[in-house]
Design a protein around this ligand. Sequence first.
Ligand code: AMP
Length: 174
Amino acid sequence: MTDISKLIFDRVVDVHDFPKAGIIFKDLTPLFADGAAFRKIIDAIVREAGDGFDMVVGIEARGFVIAAAVAYAAGVGVIPIRKAGKLPRVAHSTSYALEYGEATLEIGEDALQPGQRVLVVDDVLATGGTAAATLDLVERAGGQVVGFTVLLELAFLSGRQRLSGRPVHALLTV
Ligand code: AMP
């Protein structure tokens, strides 16, 4: 395990049966709350991505925490992918099944310029439905997905297989 993986591993809290029976929720808020560890993982994401991206996209809501920090550290902009009904000007919308339930995600008008290189970030990759929907929205909005980075990948749910053709990077895989 790398030092970065261990920073995450040591701080993730497993919450059983949340938000419903049978789900083990991976709570990463203790990692966000640890300033030194949070800085190290953000720096690791930026280092890994190099200068290959012009924009960061974060997925509501925990993805926003990571996306804003990565954008600031890399000196690029940040775009939120939001749940239905939150954006005042919607360009594209997509619905999909979650590990627990169903959701609709939206991207706003004027979010991306054609051909912009986009790094998408989120906290957890589970079944991959959220990521697949987000990458689809980014591409429909004219962006080029250069990478999808998560702090934690739940390998047993095979989410990565739904994102074929896009570079997926997990700082920790369990
Ligand atoms: P999925 O679409 O199944 O890959 O789910 C990914 C999204 O749901 C991410 O935005 C995660 O924040 C959240 N999520 C799904 N499963 C979990 C879990 N077991 N623990 C924490 N977050 C999860």
